[in-house]
Structure formats: structure tokens, C-alpha cells
Design a protein around this ligand. Sequence first.
Ligand SMILES: [Zn+2]
Length: 267
Amino acid sequence: MKKTNLLVALSIGILLTLSCSDENSNTNPNDNEISDDDGNQSVNPLFVNSIVSTNIDFIRDDDSDAFMNIQFIGQEDKEMPDSRTDELFDTGTYIFEVNFSNGEQIEIWAHSSFDSEVVAQEYANKLTGRLGKLPDFMRNELSHVVLHNGDAGAFAESESNFFVIYSINIDLRISNNDLEETVFHESVHATLDADYLLNSEWLQAQQTDDTFITEYARDNSDKEDLAESALFAYTMIKNPGRLPSNVETWITTNIPNRFAFFQTIFN
Ligand SMILES: [Zn+2]
């Protein structure tokens, strides 16, 4: 083989090796250990984040849900927090009442800028089955959902037990099959953060485990670790075997204390 050809072959070999190990580094627990300065083994997070960076369908379209019906009950003036503006109050918000089979109701407040009850309901309808897939005890804690017209990332108000979601982001998340998981993640913030972010058993579990499930959880450990870890643990507890087996093994190996913590919540 000529020298240049050999170099090309070697380069290709190195590139292939790098891209393979790169692909596998998120899923192979054995490739995931690094040593810190003291020589202690620590483990990298398994994913970048729980929803967008994984192809895992944690909560499926055909999972059963408790949604029964939705009705428009009129227009009212509401507080509609919006990350795009400081304007808090909306006049003529479209109010929908959603009923669930366990007897609970949640209101969806759709901003007046939808300009029509029909369009507002079209977006409210995209949330109803997803809200119905939440664990009953979480849905029961949810006070309402703020639905905005336009695009921004969803967020939650943990003290007041609601979350805020945007119509364009709803459509994007549906097209990526991520809306169930987004509703779950924000509902954890809205219904569990206030009770558990500073809970001593949760903090103990965080400290005892070696690592974090995602980089997003690690980088925002005081606010996001609970919601990020909850989605994995909930799926594993509710539907064992639904997560890839290497992910389940990684969880019981690397974050067993958090998993045990969530077993007390989701079981
Ligand atoms: Zn979050």
C-alpha cells in the first residue's frame, strides 16, 4: 500500500473508531467512567437531557389515559405569566374545563391572542390526553395550565402548581413525539418540586449516588435533577422493560438511591 493510501486508511479507521465510540458513549455504561483528580471513579451522565436528546418513548400515545371530556366555559380575565413579556394580565382568556375519570378537573387557560374559541380549543385538545396520562396524584395537584399562542419553551410555577406552554412548541413536541414527556416534566416541576426539592431524603439520594442521569440535571442540580430523574424512574417503575435494558442497568447501578426514592413516590 502506498504511504498516502495508508495514511488515508488510518485516518478513516480513526474517524470510524471515534464516531462509533461517540455514539456508544451515551449508552454503554462501561465506557462511561472517568477518574477525577483524586483517582476516584466517577461516571458521566447518560444523556444530555431527558426528552429532546433521547429517542426513548417514555410515555406512549396508546398508554391509557384518564381524560373524559373538555368544555368551553367562557372568557375571563386571568394571570397569564409569559417568558416573552412582563405583561401578566390577559383580558378575555378562553377557559376550558377538562374532566378526568378519577373525578378531577383541570382548567386550561388559553390566551386571548388565539382570537377564537375554536383555535384555542384546538390547542387545548392537544393537551387533554397527555394530562390524562399523568399519575393521578400529580394531576390532582395541578391547579391549571396556561396556554400561550406562539413560541417559547415551557416552564412551571412550582409554588402555584401550574405550568405554561406555547402553541408552536406544542406542535414541535408532537412532531417529535415528545409532548407527553414535556407535560410530565413540567408537571413534576408544578406538583413535586415544592414538596421534594429540599426534602432531606431526596438530597441524601442525590449526594449518595455517583452521578446524574443527564447533563441538564447535573448542571442544574438544585432545580432540574428531580424532574429529569423522575421521567426515567417513573417509566421504569410503571413499565419495566420499556427503557432499553442498558439504560435500566445504568440507572440501578449509578443512581440507585434516586431510583429507590422515586419508588416511594410512584409505587
Ligand atoms: Zn425542567
